[in-house]
Design a binder for this molecule. Structure first.
Ligand code: CUA
Length: 323
């Protein structure tokens, strides 16, 4: 069966600059953290008041002799008013903070830069208005970004801890979220909904770039224009993020056939026919995999149509030819 541990372990940094929480990387972070800390300290305060009083009274009013009688005082109207009104005011305050934050987080500003996100077992795919697609998310700093998200299989959750945003990504519908990143640098996006074997592999980089750097990358298919990748290297990158969970390159058995010695190999298909692995077979297997499953393997290969550009597929072909 698939062995996700065999795939390259993802590395994505989360900067921590306070005792409790990661760095504040978006315009939401301050507000979210304030609500969190207010709730935390209210709970801590009430814990001390309630448990402290309990211990104090237990000691002070411990029955000291067999003849001692219980106090006839059984309630205090004034005290009850106080402990009803004070928590009510605090609760209404927390409700106000929550509603205000929720309204803000759920309403993207007009003109936000829109990126489509697809969750798929087990990686993220980002598609930009210029038609390019990446596995790592690139966003400009200080500019509202809106994500329109869906899943091709099961429920995932898009979570960027430094931005304090999290949203379920559900098959068959679109969900969305937005943020304005405030810190140039790298951080992590992770999947926050258990989605199977490779759940922990749905961890990837978010690159927050200054506007001018973002524009250069955006205009050059997210590759360094001075050092464009060879098709083979581009293909290897895509192999690692999209294929390595199920296809080995060292001959080891896995969910899918190994890529070792793949090119020109004769494969027997489910329907009994035989094909030779060539450009057309690989391309079709990526875009509509169920049409040509190799005999003896499960029909679990996901469809990658809409998740890889033509250039990506050419890269994967170049990479496979070398295996
Ligand atoms: Cu996707 Cu967990």
């Amino acid at each position: 069966m698939s062995d996700p541990a065999a795939a390259t372990p993802p590395q994505a940094p989360i900067t921590v600059d306070s005792f409790w929480l990661p760095r504040q990387g978006s315009t939401f972070a301050k507000e979210v953290d304030e609500a969190y800390y207010i709730t935390l300290w209210i709970c801590a305060g009430f814990f001390i008041i309630v448990v402290g009083a309990m211990i104090y009274f237990a000691l002070k009013y411990k029955r000291k002799s067999d003849t001692e009688r219980t106090s006839p005082v059984d309630h205090s109207f004034r005290l009850e008013i106080v402990w009803s009104i004070v928590p009510s005011v605090l609760l209404v305050w927390l409700f106000y903070l929550g509603v205000k934050g929720y309204a803000n987080v759920t309403t993207a500003p007009n003109g936000a830069f829109e990126i489509r996100v697809t969750g798929q077992m087990w990686n993220w795919n980002f598609a930009y208005p210029n038609g390019e697609m990446t596995d790592e998310l690139f966003v400009p700093v200080n500019r509202p970004v809106k994500l329109v998200m869906t899943s091709t299989d099961v429920i995932h959750a898009f979570f960027v801890p430094e931005f304090r945003v999290k949203q379920d990504v559900v098959p068959g519908m679109y969900s969305s979220l937005w943020f304005t990143a405030t810190q140039v640098g790298d951080t992590a996006v992770e999947c926050a909904e258990y989605c199977g074997d490779g759940h922990s592999l749905m961890l990837n980089q978010v690159h927050v770039l200054p506007e001018d750097q973002f524009k250069v990358l955006y205009d050059n298919a997210f590759e360094d224009p001075l050092h464009p990748l060879s098709p083979e290297v581009r293909g290897e990158k895509k192999y690692k993020s999209k294929c390595a969970v199920c296809h080995s390159v060292d001959g080891a058995p896995n969910t899918g056939p190994t890529f070792k010695g793949l090119w020109d190999r004769q494969e027997k298909l489910e329907d009994g026919s035989t094909i030779t692995v060539n450009e057309n077979y690989v391309r079709k297997s990526i875009l509509e995999p169920q049409s040509q499953i190799v005999a003896g393997f499960p029909r679990t290969m996901p469809v990658f149509a809409g998740q890889l550009t033509e250039r990506d597929i050419e890269g994967i072909i170049a990479f496979l030819k070398k295996q």
